[in-house]
Design a protein around this ligand. Sequence first.
Ligand code: FE2
Length: 427
Amino acid sequence: MLIRHATLPDGRTDIDLLVQDGRIAVIGERLFDGRPLPEGVELMDAAGWLLSPPFVDAHFHLDATLSHGLPRVNASGTLLEGIALWGELKPLLTQEALVERALQYCDWAVAKGLLAIRSHVDVCDPRLLAVHALLEVRQRVAPYLDLQLVAFPQDGLLRAPGALANLKRALDLGVDLVGGIPHFERTAEQGAESVRLLCELAAERGLPVDMHCDESDDPLSRHIETLAFHARRLGLAGRVTGSHLTSMHSMDNYYVSKLIPLIAEAGVHAVANPLINITLQGRHDSYPKRRGMTRVPELMAGGVNVAFGHDCVMDPWYALGSADMLEVAQMGLHVAQMTSQAQMRACFDAVTVNAARVMGLPDYGLTPGCHADFVLLQARSAVEALRLRPARLKVIRRGRVIATAPDAAATLSLPGRPSRIDWVLPQ
Ligand code: FE2
C-alpha cells in the first residue's frame, strides 16, 4: 500500500508512506512525485487529511462497559455508589453477556481508530468470571486490537476476603499486569502495605503494574509516593503506572514540588481519566468545587509520561462515552486548561504516543519499521482533530483497511453561499 499526501500530527504535510508486509517501509515528503509507483501497490490518497498512529486507551474497564442501567442506575453519581452498584451487578453477570458487551465495545473502538486498550478486570469474584470472559475477548480481538488486562482487586486487596489469592489465580491464567486500589483499603497503612505486596509480586513474576491510585479528593491520600518508592526500590522503572492520582489536585503545593520529581525519578507513568475525574471528583464540595483531575501539565513539565484514559463507557460510573479518545483528550484539555498550541498537541499525544508508552506497545509510531497501523482523520492538524472530533475516514491495521466512515460534510441550501461545509478553513 502506498499512502500519499498525508498530514502528520507533528505538522509535516505532503507525506507519502510505503507499506510493506504490514510495516512502514519508507516515509517521506513527496516520495513518489514524478516517479513511477511500485508495481502492484494499492494507492490511497490521504488528500491532505491527518494520518495518525491509532488511538490508545491506557485505562479502561471492559468488564463493566455497556452495562449502564443494570440492575439500576447510579443515583448519586458518586464513585462509591458506582462501586456498590458494580457489587450488585457482579452476581448477575454471565460470561456470555460479558464477552458480548466487550466485543461490541471493541467494535466501537475500531470504528473510532482506537486499536489498543489496557483494561482493568475485577478479580474480587471467586469464579473469576470477568477474567475468563476478557481472556477470551483478548484472544478474539487480537487480529485487530491489542488488549492488555490488569488484575484489579476492585474491593481492596487486603479489605476483600480472598482477593490476593484470586489476583494470583488471574495472573496464573494469563492476565498481563498487576493492579491495585490502595486508597480503598481500610487504612492508609493497609493501602501502603498493599502497594508493597503488589509491587513485590510484580517484580517476582516480571510483570508490569498499573494501580488505581489515590482516586480521592483527600489531599492526604499519598499512595503514589509509596508506589514510586517501591517502583524505584525494585527496579521497575518504565513498568509502573499510577492511574487517576486525583488526590494530587488537592495536595499542598510544597508537598507536590517534592512528589513530582520522585515520580519522574522512579520512571512511573501517570494516567488521568478526564471524563470520569471531572464527574466523580469534588462531589463532597459545595462551592467552589474542585475539578479533581491530577496535575497534568505539571507532571508533563516534570518529565513524567502522562496519558489520558477513557476509564468508563456506559457503566455504573458513567452513562456516556463512545470509545472516542478525542472526546477524552478534549475534556482533558479543558479541565487542565491546556490551551496553548503546544499543550493542545500534548493532549493529542496523551491519547496516542504517550498512552502507547504506558502500554509498552512495540513498534508503535510513524517511523520505518513500525507497524502500519493508522487512523485517517478528517482534519488538517492534531489541534483541529481535537476541535472537531472528526470522522475516522479510514482505520488501518498492519497495512489493511479495517474500518471506513463517510466524511462529515454537510450540504446547505442557502442563497449565494457555498453548498458544502466540512468545518475546516480553506487551505
Ligand atoms: Fe478505572
